[in-house]
Ligand binder design. Structure first.
Ligand SMILES: CCCCCCCCCC(=O)SCCNC(=O)CCNC(=O)[C@H](O)C(C)(C)COP(=O)(O)OP(=O)(O)OC[C@H]1O[C@@H](n2cnc3c(N)ncnc32)[C@H](O)[C@@H]1OP(=O)(O)O
Length: 153
């Protein structure tokens, strides 16, 4: 299955979160399957938080951030009846608002699962419920308002 991010032309491959052309970034890959988006990522040990052995909160927020906008694009496309990979220029979304609740410490050295579920699509506005899991424990939840960029932006 093609990752949501891999449906974009190479000119957008610079994103720190997901761009395959950004060697310093996460190169996150998100997938839409059965109405849920998922991405998996293991943060390097440099993303240590204040408590030894736990992941830095900003890293967690950035995973939700990038996965959330990819999810918004895939959900909006699905609502419009077209798959991401069928579009030459799929819709691009940016984060207007991101709320994060840190529920449990996130352990380092563990593959993290990031999930997204659609809340609503209203014109250019897509709301996505997000969660981040480690070892089947919910470590963070979030809610994003993503806005579709206007053509040419
Ligand atoms: C791989 C391809 C590319 C993928 C992109 C990956 C992104 C990765 C994740 C990111 O890091 S994104 C970077 C961080 N985000 C930004 O830099 C966004 C900065 N903000 C903006 O550029 C503009 O504010 C924005 C494009 C979000 C909206 O500006 P617009 O002029 O296009 O829209 P407008 O201000 O008219 O708002 C559209 C609607 O959204 C609503 N809105 C905008 N910002 C809001 C906000 N913060 N909270 C609530 N509602 C908001 C606004 O009220 C309005 O609602 P209505 O249509 O109902 O009137």
């Amino acid at each position: 299955m093609k990752a949501i991010q891999d449906c974009y032309p190479p000119k957008y491959a610079h994103c720190y979160g997901c761009g395959h052309g950004n060697p310093a970034g996460y190169q996150l890959k998100s997938y839409l399957q059965e109405g849920i988006t998922q991405a998996r990522f293991t943060p390097g040990m440099q993303y240590s938080g204040g408590v030894p052995g736990h992941v830095y909160g900003g890293m967690i927020a950035s995973l939700l951030d990038c996965h959330g906008t990819a999810s918004a694009a895939a959900f909006a496309s699905h609502e419009r009846g077209v798959a991401m990979e069928e579009q030459i220029e799929p819709p691009r979304f940016v984060t207007a608002s991101l709320k994060v609740d840190f529920k449990n410490p996130t352990p380092q050295g563990v593959e993290l699962l990031v999930r997204g579920e659609l809340i609503s699509v209203e014109g250019r506005k897509v709301r996505v419920a997000l969660s981040l899991h480690a070892n089947d424990v919910v470590c963070a939840t979030g809610e994003m308002l993503a806005i579709e960029l206007r053509a040419g932006a």
